[in-house]
Design a protein. Structure first.
Length: 503
């Protein structure tokens, strides 16, 4: 139980920040300094506790202390703690660091090219100072990705520490998201940015959905590992909480990603079994977890309906994904003539006022706005397709504050062709092992099979959600990439460890 203290402490700290931001605690400089001082002290005494806090604080996206997000403070504190620890023998430490860079040149090189492309794009930026600030923020997230990868590769328990912290961070997030919708329905303070759509500690519900999809990519293989163990109940409870939060977020791209993640999980298992990469007992465990995943969605929908955790018509919202239309409630009155779209809670009020209430299918304005954004994106790409226009270009050159609605367009606009290619290489490097190397080595271990399931589920989640959003500045995405490259290298054949892709 002692080993779980830092994870539980991180959950407590996250709850403090989640509640403290809207309640104004961190507007008091003394409170802020106290929190930062305690956290920094813990980092110095126990650097691995700092690593746990860094990963867990990824969820604090709409929280700031002195204008800096908690995970950025955690990054600075952890680097300072590691530097202090390394200082007595700094020559050897720096030499080992550069050896590590050389050994992992592909991953570190892709990250470097992403930062470089963002800097080169500044030459065409319409708002240089804004783009430079955005690039610095992005560089901090990219640095987190590298630090996570370094820790997971160099520390004996590094991978388990990072993954456990990633999963524990979803506990306060999912609970707070569920609370938000309950509070909204009961008229309490919900702290939601969009009515009846929880955002937890993220800027908006869609980013909450993107995060939960990545969490689920880890949870399904973890559930396979924990079959027949006491902790198995905890894993399934966590899956249920995350699925409920995902559904009530009404983040439709994330719904698709969660469905695709489940299908990829069972599909990966089926193909591996047919090609004799896993045996029947191992495949049976995969089938059991997939059946449990489907059951969790059923239970989640029953709980959401019975506890009235959302006012959205979930069937209609899901149908709108492929129909391009959704149902709205209309209130209409003939004399004097008035016709308007209303919310469900307004039905009784308008009925008492003599309005006729009915439902009507209309084109989904969100889908239409995506097509408009894509057309606008292409025009921006053509302006500076080679070097790009710097980070945040889509925010400064449009009449509304919005990203490119597509991470691939965002990279092309911001970093030019170099940024786009470097990002595609970064994703492609993860897929190389499951798509190619895995099939040409005999006697691969079951744990390595599960690692590849994490990679495939996570990458599919990133691609699907980011076709409709842009997570360039989404820290959980970068943390996942750091973990993904460490998992990619973790284990190859049974009984041997090392870089599988080099075997």
């Amino acid at each position: 139980m002692r080993n779980y203290i830092p994870y539980l402490l991180s959950v407590f700290i996250i709850f403090d920040f989640i509640l403290g931001e809207p309640l104004g605690w961190f507007q008091d400089p003394l409170v802020s300094i106290f929190y930062l001082g305690v956290i920094f002290t813990l980092f110095i005494l126990k650097p691995w506790w700092g690593l746990v806090a860094l990963v867990a604080s990824q969820v604090l996206d709409n929280v700031s202390v002195f204008g800096i997000r908690p995970y950025q403070w955690a990054l600075v504190f952890l680097i300072a703690a590691l530097f202090i620890k390394a200082f007595p023998d700094w020559r050897k430490s720096f030499k080992n660091f550069f050896v590590f860079l050389k050994k992992n040149i592909f991953f570190s090189g892709c990250l470097f090219l992403l930062v470089l492309s963002s800097l080169l794009g500044l030459s065409n930026s319409a708002a240089f100072s804004f783009s430079l600030k955005q690039t610095i923020v992005l560089a901090s997230s990219i640095l987190i990705a590298f630090l996570i990868f370094w820790w997971a590769e160099k520390k004996k328990e590094g991978k388990n520490q990072v993954i456990t912290a990633f999963l524990f961070s979803s506990i306060p997030v999912s609970l707070f998201a569920i609370y938000q919708n309950i509070a909204h329905e009961k008229g309490w303070e919900s702290f939601e940015t969009m009515a009846a759509r929880p955002n937890a500690s993220f800027y908006e519900p869609d980013w909450l959905g993107m995060y939960l999809v990545l969490v689920l990519a880890f949870l399904l293989p973890q559930a396979v590992k924990k079959i027949n163990k006491k902790i198995n109940f905890g894993i399934w409870l966590l899956i249920l909480l995350n699925v409920i939060a995902l559904i009530i977020s009404v983040a439709r791209a994330s719904w698709l990603a969660a469905i695709a993640g489940g299908l990829i999980f069972i599909g990966w298992g089926t193909v591996a079994f047919l090609f004799k990469k896993i045996n029947w007992l191992e495949f049976k465990r995969v089938l059991t977890v997939f059946a449990g995943y489907l059951a969790v969605f059923a239970v989640a929908l029953i709980l959401i309906e019975s506890l009235k955790l959302t006012r959205f018509d979930l069937k209609d919202r899901f149908r709108s994904i492929y129909q391009g239309e959704h149902v709205v409630t209309i209130a209409q009155k003939e004399e004097p003539y008035d016709k308007r779209k209303i919310d469900l809670e307004e039905i009784e009020k308008y009925e008492r006022a003599g309005y006729k209430i009915y439902e009507q299918k209309v084109s989904d304005e969100n889908i239409e706005s995506r097509f408009e954004a894509y057309a606008s994106n292409w025009e921006m790409v053509k302006e500076h397709w080679l070097a790009g226009q710097g980070q945040g270009a889509t925010l400064t050159q449009r009449d509304f504050v919005h990203n490119a609605n597509n991470i691939f367009y965002e990279w092309w606009i911001a970093g030019g062709i170099l940024g786009l290619v470097a990002f595609l290489m970064l994703l492609g490097g993860i897929l190389k092992v499951p798509f190619f190397d895995y099939w040409f080595v005999k006697n691969t271990s079951f744990d390595f099979f599960l690692n590849q399931a994490v990679l495939l589920g996570g990458i599919s989640g990133i691609i699907i959600t980011n076709f409709f959003n842009s997570g360039i500045f989404f820290t959980p995405l970068w943390i996942f990439l750091g973990i993904a490259y460490s998992l990619k290298n973790q284990e190859g054949t049974k009984g041997k460890k090392g870089n599988f892709s080099k075997k």
